[in-house]
Each structure stands twice: as C-alpha cells, then as structure tokens.
Design a protein around this ligand. Sequence first.
Ligand code: AMP
Ligand code: MG
Length: 418
Amino acid sequence: MARLANDCFANPSEMISAMEALEKISAAAATVVATENISLFDAEGRILAADITSPRNVPPADNSAVDGYAFRFEEYAKGPDKPRDVIGQSKAGHPWKGALTPNAVIQILTGAIMPEGLDTVAMTEDVSRQGKQVILPTGLKSGANCRKMAEDIREGKVLLEKGTRLRPQELGYLASVGLGSVKVFKRLKVALFSTGDELINPGETGSPTSIYDSNRLILASLLDNLGCSVTDLGILKDRLPIVRAALNEAAKDHDLVLTSGGVSMGDEDHVKTALSDIGHLHFWRIAIKPGRPLALGQIGNTAFVGLPGNPIAALVCTLMFVRPLIKILSGANMEPPLAFKVAADFIMKKKSGRTEWLRGRYYVTNDGTGRAEKYPTEGSGILSSAVWANGLIEIGDDVTYIDKGDLVTFLPFSELMR
Ligand code: AMP
Ligand code: MG
C-alpha cells in the first residue's frame, strides 16, 4: 500500500493563497488506500483502481433501431415502391436465420439483429402492408434505422480511466460490456472526533449552556457522501492525556484522523500539543475568509486535519481543502468542482489579497436569468446561513469591490458535497 511521505505537510513558510494551498496539498498527498474487487452492483460512488478496456463491441451486431421491415438497400434503390414479400420475422433475442430471396423483406422489431445481407429498415408506420406483402416508403437512405455493430463501443477501447468515480451512468456503461466486477480503491478510513468540554451529543440533556455538537453530524454525512468509511469517535474532553491517547489509538487503523475544535490559541486547545507529542502538526497560513490557519499533520503514516471549531469555518474548510485531500488519499482524480459565473445580487467591499467564500443562494428571476445573493451576516458560527444557502460564492484574491450585476463564481453545494 502507498504511504504518505514522512512529514509531508511541513509548513509553507509564508502566507499562501488558496490556489497555492491546493497545489501544495496535491503535491504532498498521495493515494494511500489498497484495492479490492467488488461486484458492479455494489460499486456506486467507488473509485476505479485501474483503467478499464472493453472486452467486446457494443452493439455486438448490427440491429434495428425501430419496429419495421428490413431490406437490402441496393435492391430497394432499383424500384423503391414495388411490392415485396415478407418472408420472416426477426425479434430481439430471436434472430431470423432463414435463406433470403431477392427483394424480400423481413419484419424486424427494435433491437433484433439485422438478417445477414440486409442493411436498412423502414418504420412500420411508414409502410403499407397488404397481406403477405408490403410497399416501402420512398426516399429512405442507405442504412436508415439500423444501429451498426460497435457504434457505441469498439472492443479494446479504454472505457474509463483509473481514478474515475463511478456514477450510475458509468455502472451502466461497464455493465453494457458485460463486466460483473470491478477493481476499485478501498474506502478511505476516517476517524472523526469533536473536541470541547462544552459539547454534548444531540438527544442528550446537559446544562442550559451546553453546546450541541453539530460538526460531527455535518462532517460524518459529508465524508459519507465523499465515499469514506467513517468511524464516529464522539466528543473528546479538553484534557491533554485524553486527546493524546485517543488520537494515537485512532491513527493505528485509519487513513485520516479528522478533528474539529481545539486548534486555536486558547489554553484548552490540546490538539496541537497532542499532535506534537505523537506526530507532526503544521499550521498553514492561507489568505482566505472564513479564515484560520489550516492544521495539517501526520501521526505515523496517517494523515491528520484539525478543523476550526466554528461550524461554518469547519464546513468551508472541509469543502475547499479537506475534500480535495480526501479525493487524493482515496485515489480519485482531482478535478475542480463544477462552478459557474452568475450576476451578483449584492454590493460588497473586500480586502485584496485573499479569497472569500460567502454563503450564497442561486435563484432564477422572473425573466429567467440566474442571480446569486449572499447571506446578510458573516459570522462563522452561524449555521442558519448554510441552511439558507445552496452554495458558496467565491470572490477571488484581487477583487476589492462587487457591484450588483458583476459576475461572481458560484459553487453549488450539490457539487461540493460529493
Ligand atoms: P474552538 O475551535 O474549540 O476554540 O471552538 C470555537 C467555537 O466553536 C466555540 O464556540 C465552540 O463552542 C464551537 N464549537 C467547537 N466544536 C463544535 C462542535 N463540534 N459543534 C458546534 N460548535 C462547536
Ligand atoms: Mg474548544
């Protein structure tokens, strides 16, 4: 199995841009998961571990695209409108195998194999049938209504490349060439913790000022969408020995340990100290908002990310940096998430030299054009903003002012969360 290089997340020395951070993550990280063969029926969302070449042609033989009558074009061209004998039938799964006579036609159903020597099909509704004879329509082109052997896939073609995530259409594609199983990467094993003495689990009763742990719910479901196998390890108390032992233990049988909270400068932020005792931890200063240093590290060969405790900061950090890291560790091709330009429905001033991600809502106006509005307040603890939003608006480093109607980049959550 591949391993992370020792201390691969060592600090970039200066403040770096969001783009540089992503480049550094992709340079530092590598696929760490092993491979397995699984049934195609269980492969939705999984990542291919090898290129796949087609073992056969699709379609495997010329066949009819419609219900109709199959004939030889060369004979038809000599006298399109003369009556012809219907001498047999070809059905899907039951090809016609008799001998042909000149000018004869075969009644053929959709998907049925074209009888040897026939190359064109007239649709039933265009044909006039009189007893055992038909009159074909005029004006048909050679090969009409006939699907050619291998017109979709030729034997030997590379169908999908290593690193492809299997969506429903890819599963159908692989099924269409007859593959029953595929070699995929094992799911990335992620250990998930929250930290903080103030936190309790939803469903529990604490003190009136307890804070319910929302990060673990957000992160566990997000990781699940990203194809990880998540071990939910609950809430860690703010005590160094507890944090240190738990992280050390989790690192033994996981590929990635992910925590939220406990990485700021406060007295009770033990994650930092624990990591420097048992592994390495580095704080990358990235010019972003919502911003905080991103804590990246390693315990042995296990990757570690320490997210900020504030739910929005944790969410945005995960979507923009942890998601690509997870894709690389999992063996998936790293493509930027689909984004599109849309007119802003707001005015805002911004500091130059940093990327900002606003909670945004894309909507369509009465005249059918798209707009993006932003949530009115910016606090990184305000989860209502993410519930209101359907994506993030990305404002680039150099921008200092957005006017209504300016084009901004919109990243739908539907893209960022898978
Ligand atoms: P910290 O990063 O531990 O200093 O936490 C920053 C803020 O985020 C504090 O207000 C915490 O109460 C809050 N917080 C930390 N972890 C969570 C969590 N799992 N769920 C909800 N809020 C949290
Ligand atoms: Mg805390």
